[in-house]
Write a protein that binds this ligand. Structure first.
Ligand code: AHR
Length: 330
């Protein structure tokens, strides 16, 4: 598939004069034959969520006749590696670049290079800072602020009668990433709006991994103990599950001695809920590969697309864990 000139991008709904489907006459094509050549710079493989997301995108591309090739790069949670991947996609003259940006800032130069080369960029999953919003066409992924608000609503209701004040530990995702920033914003926005009397006892990054989540919790327990801590808000399953391990190893009962909220909703997360080790799950849905392929083709075909399309997500409390567990896809 051949690209035409990527003639400028602006905010709002986009209309791009891009691909001429089935036209293989231009030189410098990203790939031969019919179908689009798509470059996907993925964050890494830090969580079950991420693995499920990569599988969903790769399977959807392989099954889609409109996609000739998906060039997949695992950036190992390293922005420099993602920037390098995007530059390689530009050199290879792919038709569309899909980027799941590890952090929100630092994208201006490379996205400008993509625009100058006439290659549209679709953000998958995470977003980037508002100042660069003219440099990508659209984002498909979660509303992370809404996820944080959902967690905050449960906490504000659950601890509404806690006269002593609710003492909270927060395990943040990767520093500077959209889900870490937005899940924090949404959560505390609701606690403040609801007038909850709370204290953030500690808030640290566990980089969205089980190892770092466990390590942060171990250090906290060793230094401060866990007495008087009411709630752990973990920005993803892996960090929550790692922390649960640390809590158990220290002789406490997760889900009882300390209430726990996680975000994602993997099988392992739901199983921990069924086992009574956590109390609330905010879903983050990684299975949007087919939807992403539709967006990629729309963008390449020059159709108008919304600036942001949220994926569907739910919330689950302890009364729902067991029934929902068999439905989990990752
Ligand atoms: O960007 C989505 C987040 O990234 C998921 O919540 C987390 O598990 C992943 O690492």
């Amino acid at each position: 598939m051949k690209r035409r000139t990527f003639a400028g991008i602006g905010a709002g709904v986009f209309l791009l004069p891009l691909a001429a489907c089935g036209d293989d006459s231009d030189s410098g094509d990203g790939g031969g034959g019919d179908g689009l050549v798509v470059g996907f710079a993925q964050v890494g493989a830090e969580s079950a969520w991420r693995t499920a997301n990569s599988t969903s995108v790769q399977d959807a591309a392989a099954a889609d006749d409109r996609i000739a090739e998906l060039k997949f790069v695992d950036a190992q949670q390293d922005q420099e590696k993602q920037i390098e991947a995007v530059r390689n996609f530009i050199t290879q003259q792919v038709d569309v670049i899909v980027l799941a940006p590890v952090v929100e800032t630092g994208w201006t130069d490379v996205l400008q290079e993509a625009a100058d080369a006439g290659i549209p960029v679709v953000l998958a999953d995470r977003g980037i800072e508002a100042a660069d919003e003219d440099l990508y066409v659209t984002r498909l992924g979660s509303d992370f602020v809404a996820e944080g608000r959902s967690a905050g609503e449960w906490a504000a209701t659950t601890f509404a009668d806690d006269a002593d004040g609710t003492r909270i530990l927060e395990l943040q995702g990767t520093t500077g990433s959209a889900p870490a920033n937005d899940r924090k914003t949404g959560f505390f926005e609701v606690l403040d709006a609801e007038g909850l009397n709370y204290e953030i006892v500690d808030s640290q990054s566990g980089n969205f991994t089980a190892e770092e989540g466990k390590s942060v919790m171990e250090t906290f327990i060793t230094t401060h103990g866990l007495d008087g801590i009411d709630l752990l808000y973990a920005h993803n399953d892996e960090m929550g599950l790692g922390a649960i391990q640390a809590i158990e190893e220290a002789g406490f009962a997760p889900g009882t001695d300390i209430q726990i909220i996680i975000v994602d909703g993997s099988k392992a997360g739901f199983q921990a809920g069924v086992d009574g080790k956590l109390n609330y799950i905010v879903e983050c849905n990684p299975v949007f590969g087919e939807q992403l392929m539709d967006v990629v083709v729309q963008v390449a075909d020059g159709e108008s697309v919304e600036k942001f399309t949220p994926v569907e997500e739910g919330v689950f409390d302890a009364t729902q864990f067991e029934a929902e567990l068999p439905n989990r896809q990752f």
